[in-house]
Design a protein around this ligand. Structure first.
Ligand code: GLN
Length: 555
């Protein structure tokens, strides 16, 4: 039978609950324990797929095509396990399922209520993770903050589960903020006391408390003793989670504070010897880079860092592997439209981001053209790949009005178009090409060199496809189609495009999202090669200082 660790949060949101849960997962896995992680989201959307990135940050896509909360990305990156749709449960899913059962007469005339029916459904969903993954320990993060009306049914379900499974099979960890007040020059424990009291009122006594100060002030033993006394936990179970220079250091910090050992003791887990060597080496490389390269990330949700979180992390991972600090310059494609392309002048590489709709497309097309003509390393992800095809059609193949039919339904040359089978879709949720798809790479191409093999698979999230009608025409003008998904004997979907190395050092677009499979100790191949090309390109470019020096010596 699986054991459970529940993570709840108190006082404020954004405490890094997802990272803390993922870190504990990594620490338990390093002790030979099979781990899975689940997120319970209190919102009524069935999944994150229909939410604007400004609302919710990135939508993370799993192998089986679930559109999930971005915390699942942290879980996969930290624990290095592929998760599935059962790993993200929302209130919307719980209610949808209970209402469907009610319509089918499943409840035999009962009045269907939050307790016991909704909580029963929540418990069943929590147990499904262990059933489907075979995990010995399931870590479950409850979204939101204790005290929110929305998360009450989840907390009640956890209380019931603890009662049913017994104390040695369930552990509750509560994350709180211990703020520093300047006037008093003191760290304050009262908010922690209040949020633990709130949790206890629901019937949950935390077994450990993880404290963030967010202020750089350390939590002393004296303070830990105070929190322990007021919140009725052992002093050793009050753990501090200091701000780290990289999120990947958090597991090491929490290890030092003994969080995993607390879990091992509480749940009476059988462990093998801990092995964190690869992780420690990776963190050491992150902290001591030997070079630096700037990558332009051209997108339309750039104000919000979380909107492209997996892309950011994949670029960083590629940097780790190459001993290089990747600096990401987020560029709003609409600003390119109004202010021009000078912001790209000193970057080592240009990544055009995924996206939807017409806003910002002109700027993205201009960025692709800039990368192509000036021979700056270029990686186009999903929409970025589609727009690279549009740019090529327009500016090289002479189809001046080529466009994606997503942007212009009346374009004479829809080089990116709906598949005929999708034309009549009315429903928006979960109807894209989602999840993992295989791809055959063409030998001798950049793509094949990056992957080092010819049969790969990557995750997808899009509606439109390259229109095969234009393949010959663009190929005749030099565009290389380097990867295909085989639908049937006669039908192939274009997955990768690139330029020959004779005309461009590194120019590649992919219909997939390789960033979703990138791990800090194992970068996604295309990101790895792209960053390598960017490092080489930046190294070959004179710095501004050198440029000025040259200019002055000529004068
Ligand atoms: N909007 C494009 C499509 O639906 C690309 C999607 C994406 O970039 N994820 O096909």
């Amino acid at each position: 039978m699986a054991k459970y660790v529940f993570f709840t949060g108190g006082v404020v949101s954004s405490l890094g609950k997802g990272i803390a849960a993922a870190s504990l997962g990594r620490l338990l896995k390093s002790r030979g324990i099979r781990v899975s992680i689940q997120k319970l989201d209190p919102y009524i959307n069935v999944d994150a797929g229909t939410m604007n990135p400004y609302q919710h940050g990135e939508v993370f896509v799993t192998e089986d095509g679930a559109e999930t909360d971005l915390d699942l990305g942290h879980y996969e990156r930290f624990v290095d396990e592929d998760l599935t749709r059962v790993n993200n449960v929302t209130t919307g899913q719980i209610y949808a399922s209970v209402i469907e059962k009610e319509r089918q007469g499943h409840y035999l005339g009962a009045t269907v209520q939050v307790i016991p029916h909704i909580t029963m459904e929540i418990k069943a969903q929590i147990r499904r993770v262990a059933e489907s993954s075979g995990a010995e320990v399931c870590i479950v993060e409850v979204g939101g903050t204790v005290g929110d009306i929305e998360s009450l049914p989840f907390l009640e379900a956890i209380r019931q589960l603890k009662h049913e499974l017994g104390d040695e099979n369930v552990m509750c960890i509560h994350l709180t903020l211990v703020p520093h007040l300047g006037a008093a020059d003191e760290l304050k424990t009262k908010p922690t006391q209040h949020s633990v009291r709130e949790l206890r009122a629901i019937g949950i006594q935390p077994d450990a408390i993880v404290c963030r100060t967010g202020s750089g002030f350390p939590i002393t033993t004296e303070l830990k003793e105070k929190i322990a006394l007021f919140c009725d936990v052992a002093v050793s179970a009050v753990v501090q989670n200091v701000d780290a220079p990289t999120i990947y250091q958090v597991p090491l910090n929490l290890e030092e504070e003994g969080l995993a050992d607390i879990a091992v003791r509480k749940l009476r887990l059988e462990t093998s010897e801990r092995d964190m060597r690869a992780w420690e080496e990776m963190v050491a490389r992150v902290l001591h880079p030997t070079g630096r390269v700037t990558i332009a990330l051209v997108g339309k949700y750039v104000e919000l860092k979380d909107a492209y979180i997996s892309i950011n992390e994949a670029l960083y991972h590629a940097g780790f592997a190459n001993g290089t600090d990747v600096e990401i310059r987020r560029i709003d494609s609409e600003r390119i439209e109004s202010e021009g392309l000078a912001v790209l002048d000193d970057v080592g590489g240009i990544l055009v981001a995924p996206g939807f709709g017409a806003r910002g497309v002109k700027g993205k097309l201009a960025a692709v053209q800039y990368a192509r003509e000036r021979r700056v390393p270029f990686l186009g992800i999903c929409y970025g790949m589609q727009l690279a095809c549009v740019e090529y059609a327009r500016n090289v193949a002479g189809l001046a009005h080529a466009m994606s039919s997503e942007v212009d339904e009346t374009t004479p040359d829809p080089v990116i178009d709906f598949l005929p089978s999708q034309r009549n879709l009315q429903v928006m949720g979960g109807t894209m090409r989602l999840g993992t798809y295989s791809c055959d790479l063409v030998p001798g191409t950049l793509a094949a060199a990056a992957y080092g093999e010819l049969h790969i698979s990557e995750r997808h999230r899009h509606r439109y496809e390259f229109n095969n009608k234009y393949r010959e025409q663009l190929a005749a003008k030099g565009l290389i189609f380097s990867g295909f998904h085989r639908v049937s004997e006669t039908q192939q979907l274009v997955e990768m495009i690139e330029l020959p190395r004779s005309v461009h050092p590194w120019f590649l677009g992919t219909q997939a999202h390789p960033e979703f499979k990138s791990r800090p100790t194992k970068p996604a191949p295309l990101y790895d090669h792209f960053v390598r090309a960017a490092i080489a390109y930046a190294g070959a470019q004179p710095s501004e200082f050198e440029r000025r020096l040259r200019r002055s010596s000529i004068a």
